[in-house]
Design a protein around this ligand. Structure first.
Ligand code: HEM
Length: 387
């Protein structure tokens, strides 16, 4: 269950807390209830974020050597940083993603998506299949991010390959050969980031000017390039796939009785790209009535918390605007809550508004396939064809 928790999200009720061992036998305490997940996320003193980016498959020496050869380090920077410098680093990153800056990108993104949708519509009309992941969603978030944050001048495909390799290396159950291959890919790109962090302007320059050491600048860029684009392209794909099976919602979008923003929230609740997130107990404590010893790895089942019947009226149904729809924890909560939420919501709103009509009168040739992963869905394709 641990590595495919998204697949069991609609099964019979789960206990509030359940201990599950991973593939190497390490026990994790899985937290399923909305109230308990929220409690953990909002108490960073008792439940620290230090393990957020730890590799679930311990790295073999050969892979560690490759990473060390590229001077790869992931010091506490953002998601895994409980230190005193976290608020200052976070505020510099958050400033680059301010709502007014995000709003400025909306017309540009709308034009881009509109053009793509027109081309895809023509392809469908000609009888050919269309992959909405590869041909619409995959690169959009990276293209927008590059307009908000100065990034290394690297081809989109190379960044996507690196980001997916990183998600697999740190969050998938892996054997040593695969870890070595992924470490080579991630390490190589880390070197690109290290060079850029030393000289790049924009966010990198601002972090340097504020006195943050090179490792912190690299760490922030690393996290942004992974979390700041891959998550959203996964979400766009999962949401479009979900909408393909929700004709009543699409009809509501068409006649204006369903709001795009409500569709995005219900999508985040039911199809979050990040299904779990980790914390570690800093001290001996309790959750509910369960004793939690210091050092326990907690897997917060964000996707399950979004379907908690104590919070949502019809937990497994896609009903935009229903009571509790917006109370999902897809972006986390508390001091480390996602700083890219406004951006992700804007991108999803544009794609839903422009691309949902493509789903009328088509059949799903192939739904997204998602590999084993503790945290990320990583859909690989979503292919449709005109009926
Ligand atoms: C649908 C898309 C996204 C989802 C579901 C998502 C989800 C999350 C989650 C669950 C966390 C951990 C929160 C916690 O520990 O409480 C997080 C943190 C973070 N996210 Fe996102 N994210 C998304 C998009 C983005 C985007 C577009 C960016 C930036 C361009 C971004 C940047 C960050 C950063 C920098 C953090 C670390 C914040 C900190 O530790 O202070 N995310 N995100």
């Amino acid at each position: 269950m641990l590595f495919r928790s998204w697949a069991s999200a609609v099964e019979a009720p789960w206990p509030d807390l359940v201990t599950v061992a991973d593939h190497v036998g390490v026990p994790h305490l899985v937290v399923t209830r909305h109230a308990l997940v929220r409690r953990v996320l909002t108490d960073p003193v008792t439940f620290r974020p230090d393990n957020a980016l730890d590799a679930v498959s311990p790295m073999p020496v050969a892979a560690l050597r490759v990473l060390a050869g590229h001077r790869f380090r992931l010091p506490p920077t953002l998601a895994n940083n409980a230190g005193a410098d976290h608020p200052a680093i976070r505020s510099i990153v958050a400033d680059a993603l301010r709502p007014d800056r995000v709003a400025e990108q909306r017309p540009w993104l709308t034009e881009l998506v509109r053009g793509r949708v027109a081309r895809l519509r023509a392809t469908l009309a000609g009888g050919a299949p269309v992959d909405l992941y590869a041909e619409l969603a995959a690169d959009l978030p990276l293209l927008v991010l590059a307009r908000l944050v100065e990034l290394p001048d690297t081809p989109v495909g190379a960044v996507k390959d690196f980001a997916r390799a990183a998600l697999e290396l740190f969050w998938a159950p892996l054997d040593a050969d695969r870890q070595l291959a992924l470490a080579t890919e991630v390490g190589r790109f880390h070197r690109v980031l290290r060079d850029f962090a030393a000289t790049g302007g924009g966010l990198a320059g601002r972090l340097r000017a504020a006195g943050h050491p090179p490792d912190v600048v690299v760490g922030a860029l690393f996290f942004l390039l992974v979390a700041g684009q891959e998550t959203t392209s996964q979400f766009l794909t999962l949401l479009l796939h979900r909408l393909a099976g929700e004709p009543a919602v699409r009809a509501g979008l068409r006649d204006g009785t369903v709001a795009v923003a409500d569709v995005v929230e219900e999508g985040l609740r039911l199809e979050p790209p990040i299904v779990t997130w980790r914390r570690v107990a800093a001290v001996d404590t309790t959750l509910g009535t369960t004793a939690v010893p210091a050092g326990t790895s907690l897997v917060l089942w964000l996707a399950r918390a979004g379907r908690d019947p104590k919070v949502v009226e019809a937990p497994d149904e896609f009903r935009p605007g229903q009571r509790g729809s917006r109370r999902h924890l897809a972006f986390g909560a508390g001091a480390h809550r996602c700083v890219g939420d406004v951006l992700a919501r804007m991108e999803a709103a544009v794609v839903v508004a422009e691309a949902a009509p493509l789903l009328d009168g088509v059949s799903v040739v192939r739904g997204p396939w998602c590999p084993d992963n503790l945290t990320f869905r990583m859909p690989d394709a979503f292919v449709i064809r005109r009926d």
